[in-house]
Design a protein around this ligand. Structure first.
Ligand SMILES: NC(=O)C1=CN([C@@H]2O[C@H](COP(=O)(O)OP(=O)(O)OC[C@H]3O[C@@H](n4cnc5c(N)ncnc54)[C@H](OP(=O)(O)O)[C@@H]3O)[C@@H](O)[C@H]2O)C=CC1
Ligand SMILES: CC(=O)[C@@H](O)[C@H](O)COP(=O)(O)O
Ligand SMILES: [Mn+2]
Length: 379
């Protein structure tokens, strides 16, 4: 039986992880659950899965939750609570399903305790990839991808020699505004931006898909997960989101992973690896699909992808700042404080004021993250 803890249990990835648990109850014991502010769902989850430890966003929320959950569940709150759930249970695997670089301290704490990480929280790896990967190596900890593209690449690499890899290609749906011109983006609404064509996801990642920041974060995530230089990572527009990504080998063979767009498949694979289990997800019929489409990606149409490649190549604190500026910009867009195109303006402006620091310590990462947030708020 696998012992798991989920940080971000009430979100899109968190709830789908618990779906996988419910489909395979004999395989799992849930040791820890952590959430932010969704008290009702959190209380239901704690009563249903009976973790030994649980945590919610604030002290006030914890006081509301306490009488509603079993007395033997250890309840904490805030950043410390998140770390306790990630690192302070008997779980052997932690699913990092919180959104944003807020997940970094808890992820580092889980790795320090030798726990396998099933990583959905890509911002963590973008913010401090060198620290996360170095600690994982030191502790002998596996970081297993949950993100659909990275799970695809992981599956396509299975058993192959990394020296034979010519390159990897991440597919991109194009997001909510795939076929819009730049002019048409001027007055798009939050509601429109939240309508992803293929995936049902949390608000932040859905906006990131529309700006192509998501693919930029994923390029940097792939660099760290698979140890590939940026020149060997490509992006291709694929409107159907059926080919989840692919690897090209030096003999010209391309191995791709395909499936319906359903995150429960990559979530389950991260938890069942190296086994495969049956899944309730809808089967893919290529005969019914008929045709699949692929297009070159345009940096002019999606400048945030160009910025992400540039930051990835610069390294150090550049990706940290890219991520933090984006987090603030997306929050401001969702709050209707700025327009859609101002997201890329904010990111580019913050980056233009940043001098990247090479090989930053955790302290320097935190400072750069904080600095970028302050500048992005002030613009
Ligand atoms: N959704 C998807 O299909 C995919 C998501 N990802 C990545 O997975 C991560 C999660 O995405 P998604 O599930 O969509 O996001 P959601 O917004 O749906 O969920 C985020 C979760 O994190 C919790 N949370 C947020 N901040 C904190 C905090 N400071 N302390 C404790 N809990 C917190 C939220 O709690 P609450 O709701 O209770 O406030 C919620 O449970 C992101 O990094 C995203 O990029 C990657 C691939 C696909
Ligand atoms: C489901 C998933 O992995 C998302 O991160 C996905 O990548 C979003 O799709 P696009 O970024 O391709 O629009
Ligand atoms: Mn993805």
């Amino acid at each position: 039986m696998k012992k798991i803890a989920i940080i971000g249990s009430t979100g899109s990835i968190g709830t789908q992880t618990l779906d996988v648990v419910q489909q395979h109850p004999e395989q799992f014991s849930v040791e820890g659950l952590a959430a932010g502010s969704n008290v009702d769902l959190f209380v239901q989850q704690v009563n249903r899965f009976r973790p030994k430890r649980a945590s919610i966003g604030t002290k006030q929320l914890a006081e509301r939750v306490r009488p509603l959950i079993p007395a033997d569940v250890e309840l904490s709150y805030g950043d410390e609570g998140l770390i306790e759930v990630a690192a302070g249970t008997e779980a052997d695997t932690v699913i990092t399903a919180v959104v944003g670089s807020a997940g970094l301290p808890a992820t580092l704490a889980a790795i320090s305790e030798g726990k396998t990480v099933a990583l959905a929280n890509k911002e963590t790896l973008v913010t401090a990839g060198h620290l996360v990967m170095a600690l994982a190596k030191e502790k002998g900890v596996s970081i297993l991808p949950v993100d659909s593209e990275h799970s695809a690449i992981f599956q396509c690499l299975n058993g192959e020699n990394m020296g034979d890899v010519a390159g990897i290609t991440l597919t991109a749906s194009g997001g909510s505004f795939r076929d819009y011109t730049r002019d048409q983006l001027v007055d798009v609404t939050v509601e429109d931006a939240l309508k992803h064509p293929n995936w049902s996801m949390g608000a932040k990642v859905t906006i990131d898909s529309a700006t192509m920041v998501n693919k930029g974060l994923e390029v940097i995530e792939a660099h760290w997960l698979f140890g590939l230089e940026f020149e060997r990572i490509g992006v291709l527009l694929h409107p159907e989101s059926i080919v989840h990504s692919f690897v090209e080998y030096r003999d010209g063979s391309i191995i791709a992973q395909l499936g319906t767009p359903d995150m429960r498949v990559p979530i389950q694979y991260a938890l069942s690896y190296p086994q495969r289990w049956t899944s309730a997800s809808q089967r893919l019929s290529l005969a019914e699909v008929g045709k699949l489409h692929f297009r070159e990606m345009s940096f002019e149409r999606f400048p945030c992808l160009r910025l992400a490649f540039e930051c990835g190549k610069i390294g150090g604190t550049a990706p940290t700042v890219f991520n933090a500026a984006n987090e603030v910009a997306v929050a401001r867009f969702l709050n209707r404080d700025i327009s859609f195109l101002k997201i890329e303006y904010l990111i580019e402006t913050v980056l233009s004021r940043h001098v990247a620091l090479a090989d930053p310590s955790l302290e320097a990462i935190k400072d750069a993250d904080q600095w970028a947030r302050e500048v992005a708020e002030s613009l």
